[in-house]
Design a protein. Structure first.
Ligand SMILES: NC(=O)C1=CN([C@@H]2O[C@H](COP(=O)(O)OP(=O)(O)OC[C@H]3O[C@@H](n4cnc5c(N)ncnc54)[C@H](O)[C@@H]3O)[C@@H](O)[C@H]2O)[C@@H](O)CC1
Ligand SMILES: [K+]
Length: 495
């Protein structure tokens, strides 16, 4: 699914209005009905609904929502923030419709704000995607006061004050909802970790905007909310699904090799060889009997390039590897030999392989095009340098992927997969229970397994991240997020 910037969303609204055609007031009614559908599925008629509306179209939505909820028997109180003389046409029309049924309160000063605050659910329809400057005056005062309330808070489309596709000022005042119900498409700002408090749990409400227009919009940002399942032929044999090599583990971290190996096997790979230091041999053989196991000449680390690299369809390196000097030299050698053996072979670099790259930046130039790197934010910072905000981080991520022609999976709540063409694919699956040791090793195993089966690296990364998160969601349903361990993600992989 595409993610569009605010100007494109405005153009999309207008195009839908002209081409469908649908009068803008009816489109607003459709959006408001979609919100009300979401709301009535979760909240019953007990208690008050306190609607805070602005004077533009987001406010218009708020007034239409008030009317629809009132019709459904909810006890609604409407507060309009009187911050300007300018009102949108559809706001005026919805005010006209509402005033036939309900009295509205106009908020002009702090006393009005205090009077408006009662027990009830707060709905923020003050400003939406039209916000273009920091909040001040009576809007700012209202938001400051609403944010102090313990009531459940819900934003219509986007929290008041949050810019759709640019960073907010460091000391900006922004509404802090528990939920956001956003129309049609997710907004970029809602996917960035620094905005977590200004989004809450968010839901997408379809309002039937023009599908072809969306298809023709150019964008670099996408949201992965489903992937195409691949069908396996009945005539397959284990050779059909490739042979993966995982190079992982060091003394004290053989568990990382086990987790990556199990995940790789559960991702459909035909054959798996794990290369571990000698100290890991028995542990691997006992824990993962399905994998073949080779050992390095070193007892505790990986130091020596395997002879027969051409046998493998994909190689995953880094889980629990350590950063011993001999391992650094090993990584340099394998990156050099990758260019020679077969540029089409897949390569995944994770954890200590990434840390070695950041401590030896000249190695970055050896990265084979199409390699998949899976850093968490700290690892990415060490690789690419710091950033002032998440938009800047996103820019660095894209620049890095373009410059080195690699795929970078920046792990997090909505893991961002940056491709060499500069596009970024945000993931929809996963949960906080996955922030646990070994979860990254599982992802490396999955992506390596997909690469070995012949998935193009872009698809292996996007699908792997999606399935990893989905398995984490299944695991959380069973044991709860707190009790989850990385092994549960592997057990819950379903293809
Ligand atoms: N255009 C359409 O057809 C639809 C729009 N919808 C709603 O319309 C919203 C966008 O509406 P608008 O474009 O009218 O914009 P908003 O309602 O977000 O804002 C209204 C106006 O406030 C002004 N403004 C911006 N920043 C401000 C600030 N900090 N302080 C005070 N005033 C400020 C701007 O002039 C802006 O146009 C969406 O978020 C969505 O809720 C939905 O009804 C769906 C259909
Ligand atoms: K809003």
């Amino acid at each position: 699914m595409k993610i569009l910037i605010a100007d494109q969303i405005r153009a999309l609204d207008n195009y839908t209005i002209e081409e469908e055609p649908v009068p803008s007031i009816d489109l607003m009614e459709r959006a408001s009905k979609a919100f009300v559908r979401w709301y009535t599925e979760r909240f019953n008629q007990s208690g008050k609904v306190l609607i805070f509306a602005g004077l533009g179209n987001n406010g218009g939505d708020g007034l239409a929502i008030a009317r629809l909820l009132d019709n459904l028997g909810y006890e609604v109180e409407v507060n309009i923030i009187n911050y300007s003389d300018k009102r949108s046409e559809d706001f005026e029309e919805n005010l006209h419709r509402l005033e036939k049924m309900l009295m509205v309160n106009w908020i002009c000063d702090e006393e009005d704000i205090e009077n408006a605050l009662k027990n009830g659910i707060i709905i923020d329809a003050i400003l939406g995607t039209g916000v273009n400057r920091p909040l001040n005056g009576i809007i700012k005062e209202t938001i400051l006061r609403l944010n102090r309330s313990n009531s459940t808070k819900i934003s219509v489309d986007i929290a008041t004050g949050l810019y759709t596709d640019s960073p907010v000022e460091p000391d900006a005042v922004i509404f802090k909802p528990d939920f956001t119900v956003t129309f049609q498409l997710p907004k970029l700002a809602m996917l960035l970790p620094e905005n977590e408090n200004f989004v809450g749990n968010w839901y997408k409400a379809d309002i039937g905007l023009h599908v072809e227009f969306i298809e023709n919009c150019a964008t670099d940002y996408f949201y992965t909310d489903k992937i195409q399942p691949k069908i396996r032929s009945n005539f397959s044999h284990k050779g059909t699904f490739g042979h993966a090599l995982l190079i992982a583990g060091s003394y004290g971290s053989i568990g990382a090799a086990i987790l990556a190996s199990k995940a790789c096997l559960r991702s459909g790979v035909g054959l798996l060889t794990a290369l571990v230091p000698e100290c890991g041999y028995e542990i691997m053989q006992v824990s993962v009997p399905e994998a073949m196991c080779k050992t390095d000449v070193s007892k505790h680390t990986i130091s020596t390039l395997p002879k027969d690299l051409t046998v493998y369809n994909a190689v995953g390196i880094g889980c629990g590897l350590g950063k011993a000097l001999e391992t650094v030299i090993f990584l340099e050698n394998i990156l050099k030999s990758f260019h020679e053996i077969n540029p089409k072979k897949g390569l995944v670099l994770d954890a200590d392989a990434l840390n070695i790259l950041s401590e030896n930046k000249k190695l970055l130039d050896l990265l084979p095009p199409g390699s998949v790197l899976t850093p968490h934010p700290k690892e990415f910072q060490r690789l690419a340098g710091g950033w002032a905000n998440d938009f800047e981080r996103l820019k660095l991520l894209r620049q890095f992927a373009i410059k080195y022609k690699v795929i970078v999976v920046l792990k997090g709540r909505h893991s961002a997969v940056a491709l060499p063409n500069g596009s970024v694919h945000f993931n929809s699956t996963g949960n906080a229970g996955m922030a646990t040791g070994g979860s990254g090793d599982v992802l490396t195993g999955i992506i390596t397994g997909l690469l070995a089966q012949g998935y193009p690296p872009e698809e292996a990364a996007i699908s792997g991240v999606f399935k990893h998160g989905e398995a984490g969601d299944f695991a959380a349903q069973k044991s709860g997020q707190m009790a989850m361990i990385a092994g549960d993600i592997i057990e819950n992989l379903r293809w």
